[in-house]
Design a protein around this ligand. Structure first.
Ligand SMILES: [Zn+2]
Ligand SMILES: [Zn+2]
Length: 352
């Protein structure tokens, strides 16, 4: 009887945890914004409790038990959350506001370009902001993945470096990677004249959604997987298999993945398919640095080339250990695999 009750509670928890917490957080944020609560305070009192709920949820409903174990990555992820996201993100937002608000005012004054419906209810403005922001972010993200070893991919690679997914991964990103996605997200909103309340609501939504998107909770969204780009979709984006990883680029919504044909959730078509990829990370860079400061150097070309060369040696050594008959032909195969992999960002068998 107890076991039945527990399984019923857990079954329900898997389905309702995300929509209930997101709904409650955004309802509170919208009410707070309408009453003039300070945006920074509002962000803190919204996102911090959600982070706690998600962290507890990972113990209650773990998706993959091996992902619950720290791999020495927690200090690095905390540093990313504090510096790459909180500080660098704030600087970028400030620069964007300083640069684009006058441009938006000029557009509004000179060509009567008042695109943003600031009089709409805030909840409706938020929905519109999500749709608009996701379009720019979708293409920036997709281009970073699908056009080889460009500066965009090197900036974004840090986000794909962890070998497990849990709630703190949401903040793992190089400051250049934060710029890569934040500029096309909120730049168009500012240029269109979106007011501060909807910008703050959008950023709170992104923060809450991001925590769930990377969580190690066995969430089951069912039809909501056609709305949100949540954990069940995003785990495939982090796959070590590049063919799997080059999908599900949405940060919050899967709308543009649906429109442009990159939405991927194999178990929908066949329930016997896996729930998630066998492994996550960047397979051709097994030596990706673990420390925060060393990760900051990764996007620079010389450092990147060095990492790739080291990675090739490590993979050759591993292949030799696994197969004493590893031959010149095997080395040629390893080389060709590497050549084929970078064009798609993550290599061989991986994800984003
Ligand atoms: Zn991610
Ligand atoms: Zn990615």
């Amino acid at each position: 009887m107890v076991a039945d009750t527990e399984s019923w509670v857990k079954r329900t928890g898997r389905v309702v945890l995300f929509p209930v917490v997101l709904g409650a957080a955004m309802a509170g944020a919208i009410v707070g914004l309408q009453r003039g609560v300070d945006p920074l305070l509002l962000s803190a009192v919204t996102v911090v409790p959600v982070a706690l709920i998600v962290a507890i949820g990972e113990f209650w409903l773990p998706f993959r038990r091996s992902w619950a174990k720290s791999r020495g990555d927690v200090p690095t992820d905390i540093a990313h959350a504090l510096f790459s996201n909180a500080i660098a993100g704030e600087v970028i937002k400030t620069v964007l506001l300083v640069a684009l608000v006058p441009a938006a005012a000029w557009l509004a004054a000179s060509v009567d370009f008042r695109a943003w419906p600031n009089r709409w209810p805030l909840a409706l403005q938020l929905m519109l902001a999500l749709v608009v922001a996701e379009l720019g972010a979708y293409w920036a993200h997709r281009i970073a993945h699908e056009y080889g070893d460009t500066a965009l991919w090197r900036a974004h690679a840090t986000h794909h470096s962890p070998r497990r997914l849990y709630w703190l991964n949401a903040g793992r990103d190089h400051p250049f990677g934060v710029v890569l996605l934040l500029v096309p997200e909120i730049g168009p909103l500012i240029l269109m004249g979106a007011g501060e309340p909807v910008l703050v609501a959008f950023l709170i939504f992104t923060g809450v959604h991001g925590l769930f998107q990377h969580c190690n909770i066995d969430v089951r969204l069912g039809p909501l997987n056609w709305v949100f780009s949540m954990a069940e979709l995003h785990r495939w984006h982090h796959s070590v298999d590049v063919d799997q990883a080059n999908h599900n680029y949405g940060a919050n919504l899967c709308l543009w993945d649906v429109v442009f044909g990159t939405r991927y959730l194999p178990k929908e078509a066949n329930p016997a398919e896996a729930q998630a990829p066998r492994d996550v990370g960047i397979e051709y860079l097994p030596n990706f640095p673990e420390g925060y400061l060393r990760q900051l150097t990764v996007p620079f070309r010389a450092r990147w080339r060095g990492l790739k060369a080291e990675g090739r040696l490590i993979r050759e050594r591993n292949a030799r250990e696994e197969n004493p008959d590893f031959t010149r032909a095997g080395r040629r195969l390893a080389d060709s695999e590497e050549r084929n992999a970078p064009p798609l960002g993550l290599v061989g068998s991986r994800a984003s």
